[in-house]
Design a protein around this ligand. Structure first.
Ligand SMILES: *Cc1c(COP(=O)(O)O)cnc(C)c1O
Length: 345
């Protein structure tokens, strides 16, 4: 796939979820105990020493959020302050310097403003994905944190994450674990993804869309997938989501629970969810920035199929309400809670 499309040539309605180079990226360097003032650059390449901390010991973490055009043609992004806070907690866990949260939000706005022609039109279904990330840059040999870091933000226009829209997907119960108890499952570290790659390639080979990971200590409770949190709808229309300290705290999931409570009047609960009780639930969905919400029709546990009553043809009724409401808030069709929508242009 080409990654050198110019903005004039992009066919917004047929974009996939892949990297497309845009004009500007934000860069700030950390050296001698402080961050420099930061800059916007047209250079998409990074030159690193061969022994850079990120290359040897995977000292890197990232974030993901989106900018999009609203119904009244503003360019906005969604709750970037929560991405700033989550990057802070990732950095603290990985012994990396924190990039100040207010500067994070300002940098997101600055880079999107520069790449504004790459923000897809309202109604196209496409968005501008924003990828902030940080990594150790100076040479390290012994196992220790780097002393110098780079924080960058690039953007890339993307289509819907799951091709084919809101068609229900199939998960399999994974025999691999994604995170150790008391490990790094709760922070957005690249290393969590490196160890999930074999499991996802294998799942695809076997004909499944995603892996459902269980709690690594007892393997009896549901955690999440490789890159999205999970919600279930009970038969009495309560929205429930697994509670565990090795799940990545999804901003989409937290927003959906708020929407369930305050916009749809539904009960919500964050609690441990046993694998053996999911057969009693009415609906299941994945949630994350990339897909917003993606219905799950079926979970396969070593040949045993758990088919949710919402089935494999359509998104469930409550999932659809949650999806429509959150998307409506993001697109400016429904009034947002205070502070959720940050206007860039
Ligand atoms: C990023 C991520 C999510 C989704 O989080 P959002 O803030 O909603 O985008 C869920 N699970 C994992 C493992 C992730 O890395």
């Amino acid at each position: 796939m080409s990654n050198t499309l110019t903005k004039e040539k992009i066919d917004w309605s047929n974009l996939g979820f892949g990297y497309i180079k845009t004009d500007y990226r934000y860069i700030s360097n950390y050296k001698d105990g402080k961050w420099d003032e930061g800059t916007l650059s047209t250079d998409s390449n990074i030159v690193l020493n061969e022994s850079a901390g990120v290359l040897q010991y995977a000292q890197t973490c990232f974030e993901g959020l989106k900018a999009y055009r609203t119904v009244d043609n503003h360019v906005v992004c969604f709750r970037p302050d929560l991405n700033a806070a989550r990057l802070k907690s990732s950095c603290e866990r990985l012994e990396m310097p924190v990039f100040p949260e207010d500067r994070f939000v300002e940098a997101v706005k600055a880079v999107v403003a520069k790449d504004i022609d790459y923000v897809p039109p309202y109604g196209s279904g496409a968005t501008l994905y924003i990828r902030p990330y940080m990594f150790g840059t100076n040479p390290v040999m012994g196992v220790k944190p780097a002393d110098e870091y780079q924080f960058r933000i690039f953007t890339s226009p993307v289509g819907p994450y799951f091709k084919g829209g809101a068609k229900p997907i199939t998960l399999r119960i994974s025999d691999f674990d994604r995170a150790a108890p008391r490990g790094t499952g709760h922070v957005k570290a690249g290393l969590n993804y490196a160890m999930s790659l074999h499991a996802i390639v294998d799942a695809h080979k076997q004909g499944f869309n995603e892996n459902m990971y269980l709690d690594p200590a007892t393997r009896t409770k549901v955690e999440e997938t490789g890159g999205a949190n999970i919600i279930f709808i009970t038969k009495d229309n309560k929205v429930i989501t697994p509670k565990s300290n090795s799940i990545l705290p999804s901003i989409t999931r937290r927003s959906l629970l708020y929407v369930a409570q305050h916009y749809l009047g539904l009960g919500t609960e964050e609690r441990e969810i046993r694998l053996d009780e999911i057969k009693d639930f009415k609906e299941c969905a994945l949630c994350g920035t990339a897909a917003v919400l993606s219905p799950v029709g079926k979970v396969v546990d070593h040949g045993k199929e758990i088919l949710f009553p919402s089935g494999m043809e359509h998104i469930g009724e409550i999932s659809k309400k949650l999806y429509d409401t959150l998307l409506g808030i993001q697109m400016g069709r429904i009034e947002a809670p205070e502070g959720w929508i940050v206007k860039i242009a």
